[in-house]
Design a protein around this ligand. Sequence first.
Ligand code: IPM
Ligand code: MN
Length: 330
Amino acid sequence: MTHQIGIIGGDGIGPEVVAEALKAIDAAGVAYTPVVFDLGGTRYLRDGEVLPATDLDAIRRLDAVLLGAVGVPEVTPGVIERGLLLALRFELDLYVNHRPFLAPPSPLNDGVDLVVVRENTEGAYAGEGGFLRRGTPHEVATQGSVNTRFGVERCVRYAFDLARARDRHHLTLVHKTNVLTFAGDLWDRTFRAVAAEHDDVETGYHHVDAACIYLVQDPGRYDVIVTDNLFGDILTDLAGAVSGGIGRAASANLNPDRTGPSLFEPVHGSAPDIAGTGAADPRAAIVSAAMMLEFLGEHDAATRVRDAVAKSEDVVGTTSEIGDAVAERV
Ligand code: IPM
Ligand code: MN
């Protein structure tokens, strides 16, 4: 079967790392039709379009989307992030952001093998809030966090299923129940209720600030973490930093119900400061592509790409040199 794969290179280093991810997919011999979209800050600066309805409709009909990174410094923060990336997460109902971290022992720690399951459609990202009297001395800005039982439960269930499928069968809820007593209570009760159906999964709870300490000092204590959207955003940059750097951190924005395509992207941003220099590490994008292959049912190809990245752990070089080294090993 030929997969219809949307390609959004985006801005900055995005197109550079996506090109290397496609090399790896080609090396694995997976048949796909690339459907290329010109989207991102560069497009927006040219014609004012962020996510035209025709593009969104076309994306809905695809099997998956591979995205590099979006955002340029010339555009006001939020325009592209909310109008494109978050719009895709919400419109396609990509309610799980699955972010794996895998690294061998290093001077920082004894090795990392954990997955953060980040809720991806609610919380502080939902866009609740607004201004009153903006720009005056009496201005008010609110930005609420939206947490629904439905949204929390479907994310928590995904995390339990994942923990059940992994060796250690351990799941930690990370939140801030001691201060966020409304949202935290909903998360905590939902977590306990779903836990009661999963006797084979051992559970734990950490406040998010403590989890930051543990991720740095002893990441080996984690197997699967499930957490709220904003906490997950912040924790996954930290997890990336302690497991080989953000240039290695991959992610899958999943619609586990498969009512539409899922979207795969490196955790890193467009890094305009290094765009065009060949300094970007494509491995995060390549592992994201492997996750895409896995989700599409191409298990052998996914394993080959992942193994090739693992065998290229110590390769140093430019973006395309690293990409070539991985492709050769696929
Ligand atoms: C991420 C990014 C995004 C987020 C930005 C670009 C909107 O930081 O995927 O982690 O905050 O979710
Ligand atoms: Mn982030």
